[in-house]
Design a protein around this ligand. Structure first.
Ligand code: FES
Length: 158
């Protein structure tokens, strides 16, 4: 049976709590290990069939918005095709630079990303810190997924 990969509730995309599910892709077109972009209006969504189940996020890298769907998937880790940043689709966390912190969906800004177990880096005040903040780099945001018959459906706001 195909599983769905749970994601941290704090990283749910804004508006998904009461969003309607919409057909996204036949399950047969997303075999294990595959990724696909599905577009709803101006929203590009990444569907990934990880080793722990299917998940949907924005199809934009948290670093400079490159499409993760044309990167590579190894287990639950997606690698961006542009600068090889890597992100864990189970936690939403970056596992390899380049990336700074970013905005959580609730608007909380995290200035500098520090890998788990490492000493927290300072965000040195100055033009670069201000530029990072105003760039509004976002953490990965997730969309609820369900399977209906042979169809993958995604909850899309609006
Ligand atoms: S755009 Fe993805 S790592 Fe830079």
């Amino acid at each position: 049976m195909t599983e769905l990969l749970p994601y941290p509730p704090r990283l749910a995309a804004i508006g998904t709590a009461d969003a309607a599910f919409r057909p996204a892709l036949p399950l047969a077109e997303l075999p294990a290990g595959a990724m696909r972009r599905v577009t709803f209006g101006e929203l590009d969504v990444l569907l990934a069939h990880t080793e722990r189940g299917i998940v949907a996020t924005d199809d934009r890298c948290p670093h400079m918005s490159a499409p993760l769907s044309i990167g590579t998937l190894d287990g639950c880790i997606v690698a961006c095709p542009l600068h090889n940043g890597r992100f864990d689709l189970a936690s939403g966390d970056p596992v390899q630079m380049p990336t700074t912190g970013g905005l959580w969906p609730d608007g909380t800004y995290e200035p500098v990303w520090t890998p788990a177990g490492k000493e927290v880096k300072d965000d040195v005040p100055g033009p670069k810190a201000e530029a990072r903040k105003l760039t509004r780099v976002r953490r990965l945001r997730f969309y609820p997924v369900r399977l209906v018959g042979g169809m993958i459906e995604v909850a899309i706001p609006g």
